[in-house]
Write a protein that binds this ligand. Structure first.
Ligand SMILES: NC(=O)c1ccc[n+]([C@@H]2O[C@H](COP(=O)([O-])OP(=O)(O)OC[C@H]3O[C@@H](n4cnc5c(N)ncnc54)[C@H](OP(=O)(O)O)[C@@H]3O)[C@@H](O)[C@H]2O)c1
Length: 329
């Protein structure tokens, strides 16, 4: 039985990765922190390993005890209160982990790094036929994306390091907490958007993402990077259209001018204390207002025969049903 370590196992994507790995009869080690919730890690087959990516000695001691066949490094911050947290967790901790594996001589067959389309994008706002491809010059527009890109580049220059980089676009599904805010408003008959310009958004349902990540991890492919979406493109109001139908809601729709949202985020940042970033901040607004998140998934189809089983509407059916069953909506 092959051993797999999945870091960030307590989170949204991580808990689905754990489920997918269990389905494949892998010996699953959930990499967590002392403080991590185990709410979505109840299966008795799961082993737990506490890792402190900031402490190379602790990492070395823990990882030296057993050699993993596969590692999926999924732990990361998607929303940080301080900009330095993006650099620390999304770059330095990735570097620490890779360095420790090399120094301790416990390199796995595959090290899959969960990056983000934000490390490259967005694609052109002027030319809407444009989409993100591997050959593009990366142009991340926020600290989150810049830190992910720095981590990607670090891994790619390590000699003979068996990495695969996965760059998902917007991920949705059961247990997701950010897009949930939008659905909560829809549930209260409120449908809000930033600006009026049509966006070309890309999404992937978390179960499709987990499948392709496990496919990539257990394949013989190495030293390659892939964007992941469901291969279709959506306007921002498709989220509203589908969720209203599924939740059987009529809504009051409004558009907040982009400049106003930016102004509010800027003002909140000026008045925030202890260098902490407010919930609405310019980092987030830059991503939310980006027009074009199309990306190329042909390499994923060619190399891994990726065939997404869910479009946005089908994925939302399952997601919203889960939110309701679990009292999140
Ligand atoms: N959600 C998306 O749309 C999306 C899109 C593209 C890429 N991604 C990437 O996918 C990965 C998972 O994201 P998610 O949406 O599942 O986020 P999430 O639900 O917030 O999960 C993040 C996970 O990372 C762990 N983590 C955070 N900071 C850590 C630290 N300092 N030390 C150790 N573990 C830490 C968390 O552990 P605790 O539970 O202990 O906090 C949690 O298990 C991230 O790398 C993210 O950048 C997500």
């Amino acid at each position: 039985m092959k051993k797999i370590l999945i870091t960030g196992a307590s989170g949204f994507v991580g808990s689905h990765l754990v489920e997918e790995a269990l389905k494949r009869d892998l010996d699953v080690y959930a990499g967590i922190r002392k403080t991590s919730s185990r709410d979505f890690l109840k299966d008795e087959r799961i082993n737990f390993i506490e890792l402190n990516f900031g402490d190379k000695d602790q990492l070395s001691a823990e990882l030296g005890r057993m050699k993993f066949d596969y590692i999926i490094h999924n732990a990361g911050v998607v929303s940080a209160s301080r900009l330095e947290d993006y650099w620390r967790v999304n770059f330095e901790y990735v570097k620490n982990l890779a360095d420790t594996l090399i120094a301790t001589d416990v390199l796995p067959e595959k090290f899959t790094f969960i990056s983000s389309a934000a490390s490259y994008g967005p694609a052109s706002a002027e030319d809407l036929t444009d989409f993100l491809t591997e050959d593009d010059e990366p142009n991340p527009i926020n600290t989150y994306g810049k830190a992910k890109l720095k981590a990607e580049r670090y891994l790619a220059q390590l000699p003979d390091f068996p990495y695969v980089i996965i760059r998902p676009t917007g991920v949705y599904g059961p247990r997701e907490k950010e897009i949930l805010t939008f659905f909560k408003l829809i549930n209260r008959n409120i449908e809000g958007y930033i600006g009026t310009r049509r966006q070309h958004l890309a999404f992937v349902y978390v179960k499709d993402l987990a499948r392709v990540i496990l496919d990539a991890t257990t394949s013989s492919i190495s030293q390659k990077s892939y964007f992941v979406s469901d291969g279709r493109y959506y306007a921002q109001w498709d989220l509203g259209k589908y969720s209203k139908r599924i939740l059987n809601k009529k809504t009051l729709r409004f558009h907040v001018p982009t400049s106003l949202v930016r102004g509010i985020a800027w003002t909140l940042e000026q008045f925030s204390s202890n260098g902490k970033s407010p919930a609405l901040n310019l980092e987030k607004v830059r991503i939310l207002e980006s027009v074009n998140w199309k990306c190329d998934i042909e390499p994923l189809k060619e190399d891994l025969n990726f065939q997404p089983q869910y479009g946005l509407e089908e994925g939302l059916e399952e997601t919203l049903a889960w939110y309701k069953e679990n009292g999140w909506l």
